[in-house]
Design a protein around this ligand. Structure first.
Ligand SMILES: NC(=O)C1=CN([C@@H]2O[C@H](COP(=O)(O)OP(=O)(O)OC[C@H]3O[C@@H](n4cnc5c(N)ncnc54)[C@H](OP(=O)(O)O)[C@@H]3O)[C@@H](O)[C@H]2O)[C@@H](O)CC1
Ligand SMILES: Nc1ncnc2c1ncn2[C@@H]1O[C@H](COP(=O)(O)OP(=O)(O)O)[C@@H](O)[C@H]1O
Ligand SMILES: [K+]
Length: 505
C-alpha cells in the first residue's frame, strides 16, 4: 500500500485539476457528506434526538464551508447540530455561501459564542484548513485563539476537517511562535494525506487520521515526494532464514563508543543489534570499561583502538564523547568501506568539523545518520527549534550535505535521502522519550545493514520496528510511563519475527 503525503501546494493542484472536471460545489459537498458520516460513527449508535448535540465550528474560508455542509448533513440525519460561525471580513466563496444557505434552510441552530455550560457529544473543527495564513489571534480576528483554548476543557471527541485548525499541514508545526492549534481526537483529511499530520506537533493535534479522496481519481494525483512509512516499504528485505546458514551468514556489527561514564550507551546499541539478528556483535569501548555484559554475555568486548574496522557493519557514536581518540576513530570509520551508522557524539563531531563532513559525504558504502533534533541542528549550524519548525526540509538538507540517508528522530521520525525522497515513520509513542532508546535504534539500524539491507530500507525498517516495539510494550502495560530502553531489544525482536512470519503469507 502506497501512502503518499502531499504538500499544500500539491493539494491545491489536485483540487484545481479535479475542480475543473466537476460542477461547482461538488468537492465541498462530498467532503461534507464524508465528514458527517465519520461524525456519526464517532457519535455511535445513538437514538436521533436523544443524543448530545454536535457543535460545528465554521471559519471564514472553504474549511468553514465544509463545516456548514457537515452541519446540514447531520441535521438531515436527525442529529442536533449547532454551528458557531465566524465569517471573515471578505466575502465567502460561492460554494461556502451555498453551504451556508443550505444549513440555514434546515434545522441547524446557529450561535455567536461558545456557551460556558455546553454539553456536546462531538465538536467538528472547520475553522481553518490548508488556507491558514498566520497564527490564530485574539479579539481582533474573531477570538479564534480563545475559542481554541476553550476547546481544551471539553471532554468529548473533536473531529478536525482536513487539518486541525492552527497546524501547518506541511510541517506539523503549530503556526506562530506562541501559536495555538486544535487538539483533535480524529482528523478527516481531504484529497490526500499531509505530512504535517504525522510529525512534530502533528500527531498530538491530528489524533487518528482518515484520508478521504472525495472520489478524485489517480489521474489528478502528482508524484509524491514524501510518504508515510509502512512495513511494505521494507518487505522485500524480510527474508526467512534458510536452514543451511551459520552465524557468518547474518553479518557482524561492531558498536564503537563508550567513553568514561557513558559505557551503557554502546551496550544498549549492541543488545539491539544482537536481538535484531546479527550473527556476531562486538562492543568496542574507548574506555577500559567492563569485560562483558552479564545480561547479554554473547556480546564480545574489545578495545576500540584494537578493533579491525573492515568486514563488519559499524555503529559509531553512542556514548563516544568528543576526545581526540574518538575523532581519530571516526575519521578511520568514515574513510573505510564498511556499512556505517553514525549516531550521537559522532554526529556532533562531524557538525564541528568540515574535514569529517567531507569524509562522510565522500563515502561509497551504505551510510545512515541518526540525529535527534539537537544533533541535527549542530550538523546544519542552526538551533533545534529551526530544525523542528520544518523537520522534512531539515532532514532533506542534512541528507544533501552528508550525501547519506538521514533518520531525524522524534515524534514522527523523518527519513530523507539525498535525492529528496522522504518517509515519515508512523509507529512509536512517547514511552520512547527515555534515555538510551536512541542507542537501541542505532543498533537495530546497524543489524539490518549487517544483514544486507540497503541503507534506505534499513533506516525505514529500523524506525518502524523500534516504534512498533514501543507500541507492543505499551499494549502489554509496559509503558508509556516508565518504559526503559533495555526493554526495547526483545520487543523489537518479537516485531521483526512477526514481520518475517507475515511475509511468508
Ligand atoms: N476548494 C475546494 O475545491 C475544496 C476545498 N476544501 C476545503 O477548503 C479548505 C481550504 O479552504 P480555503 O482556501 O478557503 O482556506 P481555509 O483553510 O478555509 O482558510 C482561509 C480563510 O481563513 C482566513 N485566514 C487565514 N488565516 C487566518 C487567521 N490566522 N486568522 C483569521 N483568518 C485567517 C483567510 O482570510 P485572509 O487571510 O484573506 O484574511 C481565508 O478567509 C481545505 O482545507 C478544505 O477543508 C474541501 O472542501 C475540498 C474541496
Ligand atoms: N514522543 C516520542 N514519540 C515517538 N518517538 C519518540 C518520542 N520521543 C523520543 N522518541 C524516539 O526515541 C528515540 C530517542 O533517541 P535519542 O533522543 O537519541 O535518545 P538517547 O540518546 O537517550 O538514546 C528516538 O528513536 C526517537 O525518535
Ligand atoms: K480544520
Amino acid at each position: 500500500m502506497d501512502n503518499p503525503l502531499y504538500t499544500v501546494a500539491q493539494i491545491r493542484a489536485i483540487e484545481q485539476s479535479a475542480y475543473a472536471t466537476l460542477p461547482p460545489g461538488t468537492l465541498m459537498q462530498r467532503a461534507g457528506r464524508a465528514a458527517a458520516r465519520f461524525a456519526m460513527e464517532l457519535l455511535g449508535e445513538r437514538t436521533p434526538g436523544n443524543s448530545r448535540p454536535v457543535l460545528v465550528l465554521a471559519g471564514p474560508g472553504n474549511n468553514g464551508g465544509d463545516a456548514l455542509e457537515v452541519a446540514a448533513n447531520l441535521a438531515d440525519a436527525g442529529i442536533d447540530a449547532t454551528v458557531l460561525h465566524l465569517p471573515g471580513r471578505q466575502d465567502a466563496s460561492e460554494e461556502t455561501a451555498t453551504a451556508h444557505e443550505r444549513a440555514r434552510d434546515g434545522t441547524v441552530g446557529f450561535i455567536d459564542m461558545l456557551p460556558p455550560d455546553g454539553d456536546w457529544g462531538l465538536v467538528v473543527d472547520g475553522l481553518f484548513g490548508i488556507g491558514l495564513a498566520r497564527p490564530l489571534e485574539g479579539a481582533l480576528e474573531g477570538d479564534y485563539r480563545d475559542l481554541v483554548a476553550a476547546l481544551e476543557a471539553l471532554r468529548c471527541p473533536i473531529l478536525a476537517l482536513d487539518v486541525p485548525s492552527g497546524l501547518d499541514a506541511d510541517t506539523g508545526a503549530v503556526v506562530g511562535p506562541d501559536g495555538i492549534a486544535v487538539r483533535a481526537t480524529h482528523t478527516i483529511t481531504f484529497l490526500g494525506d499531509k505530512p504535517g499530520l504525522h510529525t512534530a506537533a502533528g500527531r498530538d493535534h491530528a489524533g487518528q487520521v482518515r484520508v478521504e479522496m472525495l472520489e478524485v481519481g489517480p489521474e489528478h494525483l502528482p508524484a509524491a515526494g514524501a510518504r508515510l512509512g509502512s512495513a511494505e516499504l521494507f518487505a522485500r528485505c524480510l527474508a526467512p532464514r534458510r536452514h543451511d546458514t551459520h552465524k557468518g551468514s547474518y553479518g557482524d556489527v561492531a558498536v564503537i563508543g563508550g567513553a568514561h561514564g557513558m559505557l551503557g550507551a554502546p551496550v544498549l546499541a549492541a543488545r539491539g543489534a544482537l536481538l535484531g539478528g546479527a550473527g556476531r556483535v562486538f562492543v568496542a569501548m574507548l574506555d577500559a570499561g567492563p569485560g562483558y555484559d552479564s545480561v547479554q554475555p554473547e556480546l564480545m568486548f574489545r578495545n576500540a583502538d584494537d578493533l579491525d574496522l573492515d568486514g563488519r557493519t559499524l555503529v559509531i557514536g553512542p556514548g563516544m564523547g568528543g576526545s581526540a581518540g574518538a575523532m581519530r576513530l571516526l575519521a578511520k570509520a568514515l574513510d573505510g568501506n564498511s556499512p556505517l551508522v553514525v549516531d550521537a557524539d559522532a554526529i556532533n563531531l562531524i557538525g564541528a568539523s568540515p574535514d569529517l563532513l567531507g569524509r562522510l559525504a565522500g563515502r561509497r558504502a551504505p551510510t545512515v545518520l541518526t540525529p535527534h533534533p539537537l544533533e541535527g541542528a549542530r550538523l546544519l549550524g542552526m538551533t533545534a527549534g529551526v530544525v523542528q519548525a520544518d523537520r522534512l526540509a531539515s532532514a532533506r538538507e542534512m541528507a544533501v550535505r552528508t550525501q547519506a540517508t538521514v533518520l531525524l528522530k522524534g515524534s514522527g521520525t523523518v527519513m530523507a535521502r539525498p535525492d529528496g525522497a522522504v518517509v515519515i515513520n508512523p509507529t512509536g509513542n512517547a514511552g520512547l522519550a527515555t534515555a538510551g532508546s536512541g542507542d537501541v535504534l542505532a543498533g537495530i539500524c546497524g543489524t539490518l545493514l549487517a544483514q544486507g539491507w540497503p541503507a534506505w530500507e534499513a533506516a525505514i525498517g529500523a524506525a518502524w520496528i523500534h516504534g512498533a516495539a514501543a507500541d507492543l510494550l505499551v499494549a502489554h502495560g509496559i509503558g508509556p510511563v516508565g518504559m526503559t530502553a533495555g526493554e526495547l531489544p526483545a520487543a523489537a525482536r518479537a516485531v521483526l519475527n512477526m514481520l518475517v512470519q507475515e511475509s511468508l503469507g
